[in-house]
Ligand binder design. Structure first.
Ligand code: NAP
Length: 291
């Protein structure tokens, strides 16, 4: 069997088209969606992410504001900027690019964002709302995965789902979303005794580990859906320099029923869901203002 490929680029392009229409409709009503992005320090990967987020906004008709701080920026400076952005009604989304330099208190920074503008969904209150299946903001990567499952018409209700990884950014919210959607969810991590025992009985496997080609075809149940969140750059071997996921695509594609590639799978959906959250925030603000 060769798995059906779930194409993140195609889905992302379609969803971004819909987002641009919603942004245009809001702008016509006098509420142009606006995302503010804060970058502290010169980490090259973070700079690329921020550039892509700002470019994504521009293409979708979302206004973006970018605030760059040096590596030695103080907690006070960042907090003062957040207070200003929280108070500005023309700003609908606030994103602080992670990781922050070690001298800054990441938790305090994330908790300082107004939860109505927390489009990354990392504030503890939004995490709580997600766990109670209530309206808030859902972290972008797992939200994108849910959209991929829905579009690919993968049955989630009643499915056995295994999430590998328990980070706050991917694994935990992923498990929560799948639980809310009616799956029976097992969360695996580095202390899990027999990972393959769990993955082999899963209808849906989501890999968010950060280890290249870690999940191999023999760990997959025939016909299962495999979602590969991992983004790893290979530093040796014949594919040195190339990107790969946490799943060994070559062996998994022969066993799975559907699979996401890397690149071109979950990756493009993450920024798309950030843009969607920003538009959702602006729509809520317009609704509250009676516009
Ligand atoms: P993370 O915070 O490092 O978490 C990795 C998780 O994998 C941890 O829970 C860890 O377990 C678990 N793990 C590590 N080794 C394992 C093993 N041998 N067996 C089972 N579980 C193991 O990483 P993350 O931020 O969640 O990101 C995961 C991957 O997704 C990375 O490759 C990252 O680049 C990628 N990512 C992609 C996107 C995207 O847009 N597509 C977005 C975010 C992240 P412990 O908790 O026990 O340590």
């Amino acid at each position: 069997m060769t798995a059906r490929i779930i194409d993140g680029n195609a889905l992302s392009a379609r969803v971004r088209g819909e987002i641009a229409e919603r942004a245009a409709a809001l702008t016509a009503r006098g509420v142009q969606p606006c995302l503010a992005v804060i970058l502290v320090g010169g980490d090259p990967a973070s700079a690329v992410y921020v550039r892509n987020k700002v470019a994504g906004c521009e293409k979708a008709g979302i206004r973006s504001l970018r605030f760059d701080y040096p590596q030695d920026a103080s907690q006070q400076e960042v907090m003062a900027r957040l207070a200003e952005l929280n108070a500005d009604p023309s700003v609908h989304g606030i994103l602080v690019q992670l990781p922050l330099p070690a001298h800054l208190d990441e938790t305090a920074v994330l908790e300082a964002i107004d939860i109505r503008k927390d489009v990354d969904g990392f504030h503890a209150e939004n995490v709580g709302l997600l766990s109670q299946n209530r309206e808030g903001f859902v972290p972008c990567t797992p939200n994108g995965v849910m959209k991929m499952l829905e579009t690919a018409e993968v049955p989630v209700q009643g499915a056995e789902a295994v999430v590998i990884g328990r980070s706050n950014i991917v694994g935990k919210p992923m498990a929560m979303l799948l639980t809310n959607a009616g799956a029976t969810v097992t969360v695996c991590h580095s202390k899990t005794r027999d990972l393959a025992f769990h993955t082999r009985r899963a209808d849906i496997v989501v890999a968010a580990i950060g280890k290249p080609r870690f999940v191999t075809g023999d760990m997959i149940k025939p016909g299962a859906t495999v979602i590969d969140v991992g983004i790893n750059r290979l530093d040796s071997g014949p594919d040195a320099g190339k990107l790969c996921g946490d799943v060994d695509f070559a062996s998994a594609v022969e066993v799975a029923g559907a699979i996401t590639p890397v690149p071109g799978g979950v990756g493009p959906m993450t920024i798309t869901m950030l843009l969607e959250n920003t538009v959702v925030s602006a729509e809520r603000a317009a609704r509250d203002a009676g516009k």
